[in-house]
Design a protein around this ligand. Structure first.
Ligand SMILES: *[C@@H]1O[C@H](CO)[C@@H](O)[C@H](O)[C@H]1NC(C)=O
Ligand SMILES: *[C@@H]1O[C@H](CO)[C@@H](O)[C@H](O)[C@H]1NC(C)=O
Ligand SMILES: *[C@@H]1O[C@H](CO)[C@@H](O)[C@H](O)[C@H]1NC(C)=O
Ligand SMILES: *[C@@H]1O[C@H](CO)[C@@H](O)[C@H](O)[C@H]1NC(C)=O
Ligand SMILES: *[C@@H]1O[C@H](CO)[C@@H](O)[C@H](O)[C@H]1NC(C)=O
Ligand SMILES: *[C@@H]1O[C@H](CO)[C@@H](O)[C@H](O)[C@H]1NC(C)=O
Ligand SMILES: *[C@@H]1O[C@H](CO)[C@@H](O)[C@H](O)[C@H]1NC(C)=O
Ligand SMILES: *[C@@H]1O[C@H](CO)[C@@H](O)[C@H](O)[C@H]1NC(C)=O
Length: 841
């Protein structure tokens, strides 16, 4: 004890704190220098362990009295004295040298290519990850999280990638005073159906098992779902198999490690008691030892017999004498040497099982358990089956089948899954008889349950009927109420009115898994309200996830109510909302995924634009019009979009336009009733003058944006990025229109014929009517839609449009960051401040 204190004393004395989280390319670190992560939770530098004089470089917790090292760089090549140096090599690798004069490093990050960037730095992140990155572009080259030692920190990923062969796994220390590589490793095995295994050397020591949807099948103590502080996101796709453990409360100090005797444990720091608490630890008991009961045997600690090992149904000990002496190494073999392809067969079901080693199992994630049974029966070599994940959101999915010897099955008291073993009829009857002792009791319980349920059902049926009748009366009186906006409408509305609607709530866990934990490569784009990610649900369905930025200014219930309202809006020309996810600070909206890109990708790129002939463009314009009309007219909600623009119109695979991001203003707490707001949401180039200048919005502001869209679709040019004689696109068209040569603006790539030209000009006319400076001059959406079917001779001549010249100086245009949106409240640019000031009062 004394020794530890003395050690700690020197440890602290030696830390001549650099007090920064970064090592520059030109800097070096001598023994004694330390860098601290932002927030000072982790430290990186030189250290020794116990009484040893050997010096190591690594990462430890900076604020914990107990010296806890979570990563060691040179674990197998320590320094003998304190003359070590950390600095960058000429190739751009971060290296450890035994002394200032040596040229051969003891350890190196060993990035395969030379890194030429002079702005390269090494930074210790707040998560405890040492990252080699370009400080200007943020591009990463190497991270210590990809090369774990014996500990896994929250957000660290374990597992392998299928393409570049990266495999992240834990390796135990030799002893608590010697961090060199020990005998135990904890890794995902890629053979067969992926499972997590602790190996002693090359031999499986203990199986954490397969992923069940919420936890590893062999770690019953692992946290469930998103309800607790810990949760995990498991990914198994064509790129990688990995597990990321996460913690929802960042103040919890926790790590997972494999210790030098092969125990995998999750530890949490108890700040008051100043020690590490064991949250769970495995293996725990005899039955956890790998293949404890040999081939085709299983281990049952709940068994009433004194011996935990039993042969699987239909099997008998191969060496009965050895088995009696509790030597199970011979395993079990099929009874009567029976072939398993007769006709009188079926399956014995064992409950609460940790299924056998899946490295020899076949898997099909696409079929149900019922189909799995048929598949197993049809295939003579199949000896057992089970579902692949059984705790998923959608219940059990997938099918695992075994075709040979089964190893390491065991029974749990209150965990595990159903496991089906193929046997003949006799065996099934024998097992059923064994289980029938409790059957009478079960029957009595079932009967009384049925009676109770029937009673409850009858009572509630009467109750519901009564309520529904009174509801119906109330509803018929509201639909007759005067003043509803139901005008006769030529378009198909797909709103689903009759039945009571429930908002699907997705679990955070489901979404993190679907999006690979919001991986960068899943990112589809960044909108004004937050980034959008692509995800794939466990059932294969593709989704788009909008992760709302935190400042939505709404409470949980308010948010849910808004989303519920908005998700009721369903129309062919609106992106479908599938549900939302609200959990621990996160607010996310889940949409259908549309494979084609947004309209701006098509109309502002020459190659793609050439694919859009006039009829196609006309259809797109009409589709958008219908979508807006629906938003404006839905009698109960009247959504004003407020941010209509080309990048907010998505195209499905039939090129049907679908408006995205509708109702965002509502979700973000914009005050709809007053019709004016203290935050401006929108994109320059598409914003009407009264909205941009005074914060007044109405359906006519959307009409304005729609007008700009029409003109952009026809010309293939971006309003905000267009400069000619100090005019923007709208001003330019207005100029040509007055000179009578407006046909010049039509996109040359459209190849329209003479008949089309008058149609196109009609649309230009409608577009100009929509962008008139005075909101009251602009037509409303029903008129706009009907104009498409009328002759242009009947239209009024357009008046002067807004923002045609001169004002550009104040206006930030969005060509640099496509879709640069803005919500004025907490932005800092000069433009924003001017705007907020103008309409602040
Ligand atoms: C440390 O000392 C041992 C034994 O003398 C030697 O084998 C090893 O190479 C030395 N290590 C370094 C980094 O000098
Ligand atoms: C490094 O080299 C310099 C001269 O080149 C010498 O003076 C110094 O003692 C050397 N240091 C060590 C630690 O070997
Ligand atoms: C760097 O990697 C190469 C191959 O990837 C390996 O041969 C070499 O030993 C490594 N060097 C160090 C210092 O780890
Ligand atoms: C995975 O398991 C198979 C079969 O048990 C074994 O042959 C193989 O060596 C294991 N792979 C790794 C990387 O441990
Ligand atoms: C490893 O962990 C287990 C379970 O927590 C514990 O019993 C054992 O003593 C630990 N081994 C060492 C060397 O600390
Ligand atoms: C079991 O059957 C196999 C072939 O089906 C045969 O080779 C073997 O001798 C039989 N063993 C016994 C004990 O009957
Ligand atoms: C699973 O089903 C999906 C969609 O039905 C299909 O695209 C995929 O190819 C199927 N996978 C397998 C392995 O059959
Ligand atoms: C039985 O299943 C195995 C493993 O999936 C497969 O290799 C074999 O072709 C199947 N046999 C038949 C007859 O379908």
């Amino acid at each position: 004890m004394k020794l530890v204190f003395v050690f700690l004393f020197f440890f602290c004395l030696l830390q001549s704190c650099v007090c920064d989280d970064t090592i520059m390319r030109t800097q070096s670190m001598r023994d004694g220098d330390v860098i601290l992560s932002e927030g000072k939770r982790f430290a990186f530098g030189f250290f020794s362990l116990g009484v040893s004089k050997l010096r190591y470089v690594g990462i430890w917790y900076a604020q914990i009295s107990d010296q806890t090292v979570v990563w060691v760089a040179n674990r197998d090549r320590p320094m003998n004295d304190t003359s070590g140096v950390i600095r960058f090599s000429s190739r751009g690798d971060l290296c450890i040298y035994a002394s200032i004069n040596t040229t051969e490093p003891l350890w190196s990050t060993n990035v395969s290519d030379s890194i030429l960037e002079p702005t390269l730095v090494a930074r210790l992140s707040t998560l405890g990850n040492l990252v080699l990155l370009d400080s200007v572009t943020g591009r990463g080259f190497w991270e210590s999280f990809d090369h774990p030692t014996d500990s896994s920190l929250p957000s660290m990923r374990l597992g392998f990638t299928r393409k570049d062969g990266l495999d992240r796994f834990l390796t135990s220390w030799k002893s608590s005073a010697d961090p060199s590589s020990g005998t135990f490793t904890y890794r995902i095995n890629r053979t067969g159906f992926p499972q997590m295994i602790v190996y002693k050397g090359l031999i499986p020591w203990w199986r954490a098992g397969t992923w069940t949807g919420l936890k590893w099948s062999g770690v019953p103590g692992m946290a469930r779902g998103g309800s607790s502080i810990f949760h995990s996101s498991f990914v198994n796709n064509q790129d990688e198999v990995s597990i990321t453990n996460l913690v929802t409360d960042a103040s919890v100090i926790t790590r997972m490690m494999v210790n030098e005797t092969g125990n995998l444990q999750r530890l949490t720091w108890a700040a008051t008691e100043k020690r590490w608490n064991l949250y769970w630890s495995v293996p725990k008991e005899e039955c956890d030892n790998y293949a404890h009961c040999g081939l085709n045997g299983y281990c049952d600690p709940t068994s009433s017999a004194s011996f935990v090992c039993t042969c699987l149904p239909g099997f008998e000990p191969k060496m009965p004498r050895d088995w009696l002496l509790r030597d199970t190494s011979g395993g079990c073999t099929k009874k009567n040497n029976a072939s398993l392809c007769g006709e009188k067969e079926g399956f014995v079901k064992l409950r609460r099982v940790k299924i056998p080693d899946t490295s020899v199992a076949s898997v099909d994630m696409n079929i149900t358990l019922k189909e799995c049974e048929h598949r197993c029966l049809r295939n003579c070599s199949c000896v057992a089956y089970a579902s692949a994940y059984y705790e998923g959101v959608g219940g059990a999915i997938g099918c695992l089948t075994w075709h040979g010897g089964m190893l390491d099955a065991r029974i749990y008291m209150n965990s595990g899954q159903d496991f089906y073993i193929r046997t003949d009829r006799e065996e099934i009857e024998r097992w059923n008889k064994n289980g029938s002792a409790g059957k009478k009791r079960v029957i009595i319980i079932v009967i009384s349950l049925i009676i109770a349920v029937t009673l409850v059902a009858v009572i509630s049926f009467c109750f519901v009927r009564k309520r529904r009748e009174s509801n119906r009366q109330r509803r018929s009186s509201t639909t007759l109420a005067p003043g509803s906006f139901d005008i006769k409408d030529p378009f198909r509305f797909e709103e689903d009115q009759g039945r009571e609607w429930e908002l699907p709530l997705f679990e955070l866990n489901t979404i993190t898994t679907a999006t690979n934990n919001f991986a960068f490569r899943n990112k589809l784009g960044e909108g004004g309200f937050g980034p959008v990610y692509k995800g794939v649900l466990e059932n294969g369905m593709e989704i788009a996830v909008k992760r709302l930025s935190k400042n939505s200014g709404q409470g949980m219930e308010e948010f849910k109510n808004e989303v519920k309202l908005i998700s009721k809006l369903q129309h062919r020309n609106l992106v479908r909302m599938l549900g939302c996810c609200v959990e621990s600070e996160e607010k996310m909206l889940i949409y259908e995924y549309l494979p084609n890109k947004s309209l701006d990708y098509f109309i502002f790129h020459e190659e793609q634009r050439a694919e859009l002939d006039w009829p196609k463009r006309m259809e797109i314009i009409c589709g958008i019009a219908r979508g807006i009309l629906y938003l404006h007219q839905d009698s109960r909600l009247r959504i004003i979009h407020r941010d209509l623009k080309a990048s907010n119109v998505l195209l499905d695979n039939e090129m049907i336009p679908k408006i995205a991001d509708f109702g965002m203003a509502r979700i973000f707490g914009g005050n709809q009733i007053r019709g004016s707001t203290n935050r401006v949401v929108g994109t320059y180039g598409y914003m009407s003058p009264e909205y941009a200048m005074e914060g007044h919005f109405s359906v006519k502001s959307d009409v304005y944006s729609f007008g700009v869209l029409i003109l952009e679709i026809i010309t293939g040019k971006k309003n905000s990025a267009f400069h000619k004689e100090s005019l923007n696109l709208v001003g330019h068209i207005w100029d040509l229109w007055n000179k009578g040569v407006a046909t010049k603006v039509i996109d040359k790539l459209m190849n329209q014929d003479i008949h089309d030209e008058s149609e196109v000009m009609k649309c230009v006319h409608i577009g100009l009517l929509c962008v008139q400076e005075n909101a009251s001059d602009r037509p409303d959406m029903p008129s706009v839609v009907s104009m498409f079917g009328h002759n242009a001779n009947d239209f009024p001549p357009p008046k002067h449009p807004a923002f045609t010249s001169g004002r550009k100086a104040h206006v930030k245009n969005d060509d640099s960051t496509s879709g640069a949106c803005f919500s004025g409240e907490n932005s800092t640019s000069v433009n924003d401040i001017t705007l907020t000031d103008v309409h602040g009062r």
